[in-house]
Design a protein around this ligand. Structure first.
Ligand code: PGA
Length: 263
């Protein structure tokens, strides 16, 4: 019998995105990308989108370095404002002007340490889309929330607050990343079943708002302690369209193996 879920999943091209966070000197960053691109040049045969989301100061150098490779470069944040007196901020039109086409938005570390709320993140999503940049919109619950059995409600709320002001055309330009906070940087990965359960719920929520065809077109990545040895199982789930990878993206061999696990 035809496995419909599998077919839909395989229609969505996978994305494997590295989130370097605030790590690496310029020299180390260059060495990492060079090593990664040389491994992938000989070993990567797939068609997934491979992204490295690097700190702002390295964006242009990295873009230049990956020019003839299968790797693309993304940013880790952008302002909700376009221009003006916002000391220390980097805006979406700035990123667009150096041809950056992906940006992580609403990461739990931004929500937790920099007070980003749903409204701010929604405005950042708008700013990115206005300049043709694909937002990697993050959502996910803390451990206490899961233990209280409120994880589905919280993630639904984050998705609605951050994205449901968009019309059906715009929402398809967004990539969602489900990242349970208790799994980020802890070595504690959600099981494939836990990831699939939440991804299916998000897709169902999208279908309720925008219809099934739109929901089926939207990519939902999993993030939280993705490693070379758990990536294949996570990525094989029907509603998991790749991963957002923190710690393991800082080692070329480990990240390359994760990339290779996405098919
Ligand atoms: P981790 O981070 O892979 O180190 O858990 C993921 C993320 O924060 O995007």
């Amino acid at each position: 019998m035809l496995n419909l879920d599998y077919n839909l999943n395989s229609m969505r091209k996978k994305i494997v995105a590295g989130n370097w966070k605030m790590n690496k000197t310029a020299e180390e960053a260059v060495a990492l990308v060079k090593e990664l691109s040389s491994i992938l040049a000989t070993e990567f045969k797939g068609d997934s989108t491979i992204l490295v989301c690097v700190p702002f100061p390295y964006l242009t150098t990295m873009k230049e370095l990956v020019k003839d490779t299968s790797i693309s470069v993304g940013a880790q944040n952008c302002s909700q404002f376009d221009w003006g007196a916002y000391t220390g901020e980097t805006s979406a039109p700035m990123l667009a002007s150096i041809k950056i086409d992906h940006v992580i938005l609403g990461h739990s570390e931004r929500r937790q340490y920099f007070g980003e709320d749903g409204k701010t993140i929604a405005a950042k999503v708008d700013a990115a889309l206005k300049y043709g940049i694909t937002p990697l919109f993050c959502c996910g619950e803390q451990l206490e929330v899961r233990e209280a059995g409120k994880h589905f409600d919280l993630v639904r709320q984050q998705v609605a607050e951050g994205l449901f002001h968009l019309n059906a055309e715009s929402i398809q330009k967004v990539v969602i990343a489900y990242e349970p906070v208790w799994a980020i940087g802890t070595g504690k990965t959600a099981s494939a079943a836990q990831a699939q359960e939440m991804h299916a719920l998000i897709r169902q929520q999208l279908a309720g708002q925008y219809g099934k065809a739109v929901a089926d077109a939207i990519k939902i990545l999993y993030g939280g302690s993705v490693k070379a040895d758990n990536a294949a199982e996570l990525f094989s789930c029907a509603d998991v369209d790749g991963g957002l990878v923190g710690g393991a993206s800082l080692k070329a061999r480990e990240f390359a193996e994760i990339v290779k696990a996405a098919r």
